[in-house]
Design a protein around this ligand. Structure first.
Ligand SMILES: Cc1cc2nc3c(=O)[nH]c(=O)nc-3n(C[C@H](O)[C@H](O)[C@H](O)COP(=O)(O)O)c2cc1C
Length: 182
C-alpha cells in the first residue's frame, strides 16, 4: 500500500476477529516500528508482544472506566505494549537541554507506534492506540523493570467492524504562515 494511502485510510479498530496473527506478520510490523527516527538515534522504545489470554484480560482491566478499547485489548489475538527506557530520549551528555525534559520519549515511542500502525494497516491488520489506562499497573503486570515505563498499547488483529471515519480539522484551522495565526 502506498504511504499516503495508508495514512489516509488507517482507522482505529476496536473489534477484532479471533483469527490468529502469525509471527512473521508480527515481525513485519515490529520491523516498521524499529525503523522510526528517534532522539539522537537513542531508540528508547521497547515492545512487549502479549498473546496470553490472562495477561490480555489483566491489561484490559487497567483501561480507564468506559474506555472503548477495553474489549479489544481483552479479545484481540495480540496486544503490543510500547514501553520506553527513561533518561535516554531528550538527553545530551546526561542532561535534558530542552524545556520538554525527558518527555521526548513520548514523541519517539509515538513515531514508532505510528510506523507500526501504518505497517499493520498495509498488511490488512487493525490497531488502536490506547493512552487512557493505568500505565503503572500495566508495568507491574508485565514486570517492566525500573528505569522503563509503559507508554501505550494497541490490540493487533484482523478487523471485525466497518471503519468509522472520524472528522479532521481543515488545513486552514491548523496551519499558519510565517507567524502563529497568520
Ligand atoms: C495518544 C492517543 C491516545 C488514545 N487513547 C485511546 C484510548 O485510550 N482508547 C481508545 O479507544 N482510543 C484511543 N485513541 C484513539 C483515538 O480516539 C482515535 O485515534 C481518534 O478518535 C481518531 O480516529 P482514527 O484513529 O480512526 O482516525 C487514542 C489515540 C491517540 C493518538
Amino acid at each position: 500500500m502506498e504511504v499516503l494511502e495508508a495514512i489516509r485510510t488507517r482507522r482505529s479498530i476496536r473489534r477484532y476477529k479471533t483469527t490468529p496473527v502469525d509471527n512473521k506478520t508480527i515481525e513485519l510490523v515490529l520491523e516498521a516500528a524499529r525503523w522510526a527516527p528517534s532522539w539522537a538515534n537513542s531508540q528508547c522504545w521497547r515492545f512487549i508482544v502479549v498473546r496470553d489470554s490472562n495477561t490480555k484480560a489483566e491489561l484490559s482491566n487497567t483501561l480507564s472506566a468506559g474506555n472503548r478499547g477495553a474489549d479489544a485489548i481483552g479479545n484481540a489475538p495480540v496486544v503490543i505494549v510500547a514501553c520506553a527506557e527513561l533518561g535516554k530520549s531528550g538527553y545530551l551528555k546526561g542532561k535534558p537541554p530542552t524545556d520538554k525534559g525527558d518527555y521526548w520519549y513520548m514523541f519517539d515511542v509515538a513515531l514508532a507506534m505510528q510506523n507500526l500502525a501504518l505497517a499493520a494497516h498495509s498488511l490488512g491488520l487493525g490497531t488502536v492506540y490506547i493512552g487512557s489506562f493505568d500505565a503503572k499497573r500495566a508495568a507491574s503486570i508485565l514486570e517492566v523493570p525500573q528505569g522503563f515505563c509503559v507508554v501505550s498499547m494497541t490490540p493487533l488483529g484482523y478487523h471485525d467492524q466497518e471503519h468509522e471515519v472520524r472528522p479532521r480539522k481543515e488545513i486552514s484551522e491548523i496551519v499558519s504562515y510565517d507567524k502563529y495565526g497568520c
